[in-house]
Write a new protein. Structure first.
Length: 217
């Protein structure tokens, strides 16, 4: 009987600790749980095509969470322009540096085989990439980065890098490994510039420029 009472008291104590922990970290818990849910849903329940799925799961749903669960202004999650003077400098330097790196990488046979597209059209590819990456960048460098900034400060840069890298696992190894660096870099620029827009601009440039190099050679 004593063992039963002791076990029940221990269980009650642990349940109390868990509930207190969730209550004290409820804001961050909502962000972590909802972001993870959206990643899983996007993986197992895609909507028509990649860009539409990205918009729904990585932009629309996170913004609804911000409005109705977190009760915050979406502009505070990186959608505002932030400090353009700061992030504009980073964008210029990174775009110039990445152009040279991407040109060299475009000769990699594995990357060429993976990214060569039949009947490639730059205009249509740019549009679909813009739609898709706008949403994808928001959940990483907007929802996660700025949502967790208050609790984890600069640590949020590394937190958002993890799912960004993991979602590239099906891609060529060289690209997947590079996302560890680019994930931190994009996060840092967004954090310093107080906006997700520079990360989107850089990511869009890298994507479109590299695919164009591979398909127009």
């Amino acid at each position: 009987m004593n063992y039963y009472a002791t076990a029940m008291n221990l269980l009650k104590k642990e349940l109390t600790n868990i509930s207190q922990s969730v209550w004290q970290n409820g804001y961050e818990a909502i962000i972590f749980v909802s972001a993870t849910l959206f990643f899983v849903l996007a993986r197992y329940h895609p909507i028509q095509n990649e860009w539409l799925s990205s918009i729904i799961y990585f932009a629309v749903l996170p913004i609804l969470v911000i409005l109705f669960l977190l009760r915050k202004n979406p502009l505070d999650f990186g959608l505002g322009l932030g400090n353009v003077r700061v992030w504009g400098f980073y964008v210029l330097i990174i775009v110039l540096a990445s152009a040279a790196i991407l040109y060299a990488a475009s000769y990699d046979r594995t990357l060429q085989d993976y990214y060569q597209v039949d009947n490639f059209k730059l205009s249509s590819y740019f549009l679909t990439s813009l739609l898709s990456l706008s949403a994808q960048e928001f959940i990483y460098r907007g929802f996660l980065l700025f949502g967790l900034r208050g609790k984890f400060k600069e640590g949020a840069i590394f937190i958002q890098m993890i799912p960004f890298a993991l979602l590239h696992l099906a891609k060529p190894e060289l690209e997947t490994l590079s996302t560890i660096i680019t994930g931190v870099l994009f996060g840092y620029v967004a954090y310093r510039g107080k906006s997700y827009w520079p990360a989107l601009i850089i990511h869009l440039f890298i994507n479109v420029f590299f695919i164009s190099l591979v398909n127009y050679k």
